[in-house]
Design a protein around this ligand. Sequence first.
Ligand code: F6P
Length: 536
Amino acid sequence: MFERLRTLHTAVKDRSIFDLFQRDVSRAEQFSIDTDNLRFDFSKTQIDEDILQELGALCKARKLDVMRENLFSGALINETEGRAALHTALRNLDGDPVYCDGQDVMPEVLATLERMQAFAKSVRSGAITGPGGGFLDVVNIGIGGSDLGPAMAALALTPYQDGPRCHFVSNIDGAHITDTLHHLDPRRTLVIVASKSFTTVEAIMNAKAARDWVLAGGGDPAAQFVALSTAVDKTREFGIPSERVFGFSDWVGGRYSIWGPIGLSLMIGIGCEDFNAFLLGGQAMDRHFRTTAWSENMPVMLALTGLWHHQICGYPTRAVIPYEQRLSRLPAYLQQLEMESNGKSIAMDGSDLTEPSGPIVWGEPGTNAQHAFFQLIHQGTIVVPCEFLVGALGHEKDLNSHHQLLVANCLAQSEALMRGRSADETRILLQEPGLSAVDLERQVRHRVFEGNRPSTTLIYPKLTPYILGQIIALYEHRVFVEGALLGLNSYDQWGVELGKTMATSLVPVVAGEIPATGKDGSTAALVDYVLKHRDV
Ligand SMILES: O=P(O)(O)OC[C@H]1O[C@](O)(CO)[C@@H](O)[C@@H]1O
């Protein structure tokens, strides 16, 4: 499918990216995309005009415009589950009709949003309280898409946090809920049980533990529990009153759900106005994605740059490095968004995928990452394309020099990765009296940077709710484009099922209730180890 692109890659792979800038003074402008004060710069890559043309031809051949329209218009693009993928409707604040199965989904979306707003306002104002008084803390219990989105965004938007403190419990490891609830007041804590299916064992088990904690502390679960789910019958069984349940439809995928009820903790933390700004940012990116030609379309170019590096150049992973401490959960969020969506080996039509699926995505915030794994990124034998994110301004006005140093570091990394440092340049730096020629040469070899390592930079004015909304929607659409070009379904996740089933069957084995009969030698020996060490 990508033969012509591979031929182009072979032709250009050894040329100097840095030289491309010498030859074309407009390269930075030409290979950057702006929308609504966000800039995506992909000029520090090997992509040139010919490659762009070919990538554009690929979009055309794959009928990306038709598929894009299917996404927005509620077609059942999640074919293996017979569902639409309509998360964009959750931020369609104008309420223009969006039809799914012949029904306009917008009246219900907007009504739920209004209910969420009324509830969030009452919690924030103290009109709704726990038995001990106004809520001081909100604990969101959920995992995967029912955790990563609000947890990532609540941290990202800390400067806007002016409501009760938000906490997130996801792991089945009892340490997570224990350490979270430890300092909280069981009579003044609001517990939000977030689970699309309301069957996920981690969410339900932690919710039960939280309920026990509330009861033991003299609280009242009926007044302190809220559920966010598509499974209203199951929330009822759990004992959560229907007026405290915020439902959504199955056309919202877990990892795309932060825009609706799953975002309730965020809404309570930052307030309705800022949450609205977050939705507006997402909506602005939707409009841009839906209406802009490929060559000027930010999500498309982000996806195509990723496709160029992974599927064509063969770089197995991509590092996401936000120079923004508050985006430290973004890499984890993107790992679910990208790898759960596009980590597939079967195409939509049931055939084997003929091209590599989506890449491994990983990362940490800068500058910390520089002092950890950047050695490998600069001098290792594996090329890791880096995706930098940075804001022109920080929120800490009195620490402006910190921010300048942060930005300088971000720009320095992408420059250093591209330019490298030659042996001659290194030799000059190392010259010192008394250093023998042999020692000098030995040192030089270790200190040379071959450079020519690609990176992109997403730069924004300042991390506001609106900008965060733009960024998250940008990445969502990038996943859609990559999935569409590969011909796979980005909206199911069957690959997470097997491990869940096996865990269920192993519970009585690990509890020592039944023997490990039929298990492989390694699993049986590990169970044996656990049973022997249980009382230590
Ligand atoms: O919201 P739920 O139904 O509890 O699911 C949580 C997460 O589990 C997954 O199904 C994967 O196991 C994710 O797709 C989802 O976000």
